[in-house]
Design a protein around this ligand. Sequence first.
Ligand code: 5GP
Length: 198
Amino acid sequence: MAQRTVQEYGAFARDIGQILYTEEQIQQRVRELGVQISADYEGKNPLLVGVLKGVLFFMADLLRAMTIPLEVDFIAVSSFSPQTRQQGYVRMIKDLDIPIGGRHVIFVEDVIDTGLTLNYILRTLRVHKPASLEVCTLFDKPAKRLIDAPVKYKGFDLPDQYVVGYGLDYREKYRNLPFVGLLAAHAFKDAAQEERSG
Ligand code: 5GP
C-alpha cells in the first residue's frame, strides 16, 4: 500500500509542526519487533496486555507482525486524580478479562515518560503471579524518567516533547494520523480555546 502523505490530511495536517517518524519507519520497526518477540516466545502462547487507548494501532500492527499463537487483553487507566487532576496519580478504570496467573505476559505500552504509569501497572500485574512479565514499548522518553522502567523491547526513543499520531492523542484528536509528530504551537492554543468555548 502506498504511504499516505501529510498533505492528504488537509487543514488537519497544518497542526503538525514536524514529523518525527514516518508511517514507513513505524511499520518497519513494528514488523522487526514482531519477528523478534515471536522468536523469543515460540511455544509459550504469550498474553499481550495493552493500555487503552494510545496503544490501539501499535498493538494491532504488532499482533499482525507476530507469527506464533498468542492472546491479547486490554486495561484502561486514568493518570490523574478526578478530584485534583493531579498528574502522577494512576488508577485502573478497566481491569483484565483474561486471568494472567502462570502466563507469559508481555505488557505493551505506547510511550513511557516518567515511568509512573508503567510502574503502577507492573505492580498491579505482578500481584496475579504471571510466569513471566516483560515490557514492550513503541516509544521511550528517557529524559524525564522518575522511576526505573524495565523495558525489554523498544521501538524508538523520543525527545522530551509532546507527540501525537499513530494512536497518540492531544485532547482525543490526532490518533488517526499514521505517522508520529510534534504539534505546532497554534494547535495547542486552538484546542484549549475550543475546549473553553465547547
Ligand atoms: P508516564 O506515566 O510514563 O509519565 O506517562 C505515560 C503515559 O503518558 C503514556 O502511556 C501516554 O498515555 C502519556 N504520554 C506520555 N508522553 C506522551 C506524548 O508525547 N504524547 C501523548 N499523546 N501521550 C503521552
